[in-house]
Design a protein around this ligand. Structure first.
Ligand code: NOJ
Length: 752
């Protein structure tokens, strides 16, 4: 009802509001007149240009290097206390409203929260997230990390690892997204797109060919341009085009002789010129080796110190060895990334991390990432009317689950679950266990089952427990971390023998794997089932219990090939480091940082002769049967594929999937293609996929775009001629199915 009193009150309110708006507008106007780059309606390019014009030389140079790293005694500088406990700090330009970069590692969660007295959610490892083949999950993964970074006062992430799992023994494979460029690029691209959308500067790393940790500060990755373009570079290109990150981190290793952070081919020619990357190139920590060369090659910012891009860069400029235009370009790129990511307009405010949300997302991602590799006689899901007693063995499953180490390490609440309390949560290169007990989670799901535990340290005692139980579950782990590769793909700590013995005692033995890369399984024929849980994150125990008990139907598929043995790999024995370099390998600080100039170790090279035939492509080309193929993963239901038609104009594959089992489930349908016969290529390439959820008996017609970016051949111009990409004309065989080695439908794509 309207009355005069309330009418005049409304009038009063609207006058006040209008006056307020006028005042606010004039403040903004004054601000923009004074600081036009603060106008959010201008593009990041325009804003960066406006700021650049205002900068003194010293202000520009300050944008081009770090100022030390928290918790690293060898990398302390006068401003390292400003890192907020993170990996790095770059000065801003306070007088112009340009914030400093406050940088944290955040591979699967925000690093170092323990030392900083904070909490971070551990998402499943990125390799696990890739096993979901789910770009929406990847987006949620990135969103949580972006929000937690901001809550902890950081405005830049160092996540976004997308090096291919070319070498399955690489100790950092858990930080990456598998062996296929399209899958890895799409997963990591979406992850980082959503992370940066939270207003933190995004990062994609380690650019490029950082495919092993052995000799990482000096190893020379040797490969042809074409091979690199169609494999590792392609993964980066796809990830970078999706995420549009503010930063790309160049890698420690050499690529065809030049270090990743002074490589004019990868940085200048490919990343900046061909791909049009407008953000800044940040060096890996201690990965800068020169001033003029690195600057000219396209490195924009040295981290975490100022050894080459501090006083030396200024001197080089003053001596005319580095042009001002180069300095301007570096500085402009840092400013561009700040505007692009939103950290200028929306700086982080410290707040309490949304713990519940993090746990919920971590669980959902893990539920989609778990891969069921074997399930004889429908041993899983556990049927409570038949299974009354369960022997749980090994893997510290009574207490927790293992996580990946190095700079990606996330600190578990209340410290390492298998170390005495108070001894410190994380130590570089020591396995860290989260307090996420799968035993407890399973007991909560199956309250009437009698569940007993044996640590598995004595195989006889474990077998005895297993013998008398209806079901035995062995938890097996393989720990990976930065700065090391695993010597082999065998499970460590005599776990193969443990599994053999338990399986001999109980035919209903399930193995749950907590691994960061592929493992070999000499016992595969003797166990009833295998579940790959990867590094499962903060809610991994709950996700796993849901899968084991059947509340969640597994839907993950392998993002990398599991070989039968190392003998089947392109490099069965990896080249060893020559003696003179070997002596210097030990010359590494506690946190894996190089302590000396690695350029002395030029002698160690890995020749990637397999070229672009990475993972499943290698196995197919060599006609080798893997243990489990790329793209493989079972479900508690069964799917049937039919009726493929390929539309060559629209470049799509259309077919029908039907759930022919009696449970609902989600199937990832995979589409591959082979280049026309004349191309002489003996493997197929993944060109698309789709996750489809189907009720029992339900069928769905799906249309999947064929991504021709991955079908192009890179043509190396040689001798100064321009390189180019070519989508060959002809008849491409299209293959559709549930994994790379099971493609029941075939069709043909005609490219004119
Ligand atoms: C070295 C690692 O290779 C890199 O991934 C990490 O971001 C930096 N250290 C900073 O911790």
């Amino acid at each position: 009802m309207h009355n005069r009193k309330s009418g005049s009150f409304h009038l009063f309110l609207s006058v006040i509001t209008t006056l307020g708006a006028i005042v606010a507008a004039s403040v903004v106007a004054a601000q923009s007149a004074d600081r036009p780059w603060m106008n959010p309606n201008l593009s990041p390019d325009e804003r960066a240009d406006l700021v650049l014009k205002q900068l003194t030389l010293d202000e520009k140079l300050a944008l081009l290097h770090g100022n030390g790293m928290a918790h690293a005694p060898q990398w302390q500088m006068p401003l390292s206390h400003l890192t907020n406990g993170g990996a790095g700090y770059v000065e801003g330009v306070k007088r112009l409203g340009i914030p400093p970069l406050v940088i944290s590692d955040a591979g699967y969660g925000v690093r170092d929260s323990g030392a900083n007295g904070r909490y971070s959610t551990a998402m499943p490892s990125s390799l696990g997230a890739a096993a979901s083949w789910d770009t929406d999950s990847a987006c949620e993964f990135g969103t949580v990390i972006g929000q937690e970074l901001r809550a902890q006062g950081f405005n830049m992430t160092l996540g976004g690892g997308v090096d291919l799992a070319r070498e399955p023994r690489n100790g950092r494979n858990f930080e990456y997204a598998g062996e296929d460029p399209l899958l890895a690029g799409s997963v990591v691209g979406n992850l980082m797109k959503c992370e940066q959308a939270q207003h933190v500067v995004g990062d994609i790393k380690h650019y490029v060919m950082n495919d092993q940790e052995t000799g990482r500060f000096f190893v020379n990755a040797v490969t042809s341009k074409r091979a690199m373009q169609e494999s590792d570079l392609l993964a980066f290109h796809i990830a970078i085009s999706i995420a549009n990150p503010g930063a790309v981190m160049c890698s420690y290793n050499r690529i065809n002789d030049d270090f990743g952070c002074e490589n004019s081919y990868t940085l200048q020619d490919v990343l900046k010129s061909d791909w049009g990357f407008k953000g800044f190139v940040i060096s890996d920590w201690g990965g800068t080796h020169s001033t003029e060369k690195a600057s000219a090659a396209g490195l924009d910012q040295e981290q975490p110190m100022a050894d080459f891009f501090g006083p030396k860069l200024k001197a080089a400029l003053e001596a005319g060895r580095v042009p001002l235009s180069e300095i301007d370009d570096h500085a402009r790129r840092v400013l561009y990334a700040e505007f692009l990511s939103g950290i200028v307009d929306d700086p982080p405010q410290k707040s309490v991390v949304d713990v519940e949300k993090g746990l919920e997302v971590a669980q959902r991602v893990e539920e989609r990432s778990i891969v069921l590799l074997k399930n004889n006689s429908a041993t899983l899901p556990i049927n409570p009317s038949k299974v009354h007693s369960i022997a749980i063995i090994g893997g510290h499953a009574d207490v927790g689950m293992i996580s990946g180490g190095g700079s990606a390490q996330v600190d578990p609440p209340s410290g390492n679950a298998i170390m005495p309390p108070g001894k410190g949560a994380t130590i570089w290169q020591k396995p860290v266990w989260f307090p996420t007990s799968p035993l407890k989670a399973l007991q909560a799901k199956l309250p009437n089952a009698k569940i007993d535990f044996d640590p598995g340290t004595d195989a006889n005692s474990a077998a005895n427990l297993a013998r008398n139980a209806d079901l035995a579950i062995v938890f097996a782990y393989q720990w990976l971390a930065e700065d090391m590769d695993v010597p082999s793909l065998s499970l460590p700590d005599h776990q193969d023998a443990l599994i053999e013995q338990v399986a001999a005692a109980n035919p209903h033995t399930i193995v749950v794997l907590e691994t960061g890369t592929a493992v070999t399984m000499p016992w595969i024929n003797n166990v009833a089932g295998v579940v790959e849980a990867w590094y499962a994150g903060s809610s991994g125990h709950k996700a796993l219990a849901n899968v084991l008990a059947g509340d969640v139907n597994p839907s993950g598929k392998l993002p990398m090939t599991f070989p039968k043995s190392e003998a089947d790999l392109p490099h069965p024995d990896r080249p060893s480091i020559p003696a003179e370099s070997q002596a210097r390998v030990a010359d590494v600080a506690d946190n894996g940082a190089p302590t000396s100039n690695a350029s002395a170790h030029a002698g160690y090279a890995v020749h990637y002769d397999e070229g672009a035939a990475v993972g499943y492509k290698w196995f197919e080309a060599q006609k080798k049967q893997p243990l489990f193929a790329f793209g493989f993963g079972l479900s508690y239901t069964t799917y049937a594929y039919s009726g493929l038609s390929v539309d060559s104009t629209a470049k799509t594959a259309r077919f029908t999937i039907r759930n022919i089992g009696n449970q609902s489930g989600t199937e990832t349908a995979e589409v591959y293609a082979r280049l026309p016969k004349g191309a002489g290529e003996s493997f197929k390439r993944l060109v698309g996929w789709k996750r489809v959820t189907l009720a029992p008996g339900e069928s769905q017609a799906v249309t999947i775009p064929i991504d021709t970016r991955v079908l192009q051949a890179f043509v190396d111009g040689f001798d100064g001629a321009k390189d180019f990409w070519n989508l060959a004309q002809g008849d491409y065989e299209v293959l559709v199915g549930s994994s790379s080695d099971n493609t029941p439908l075939t069709g043909s794509l005609q490219v004119q």
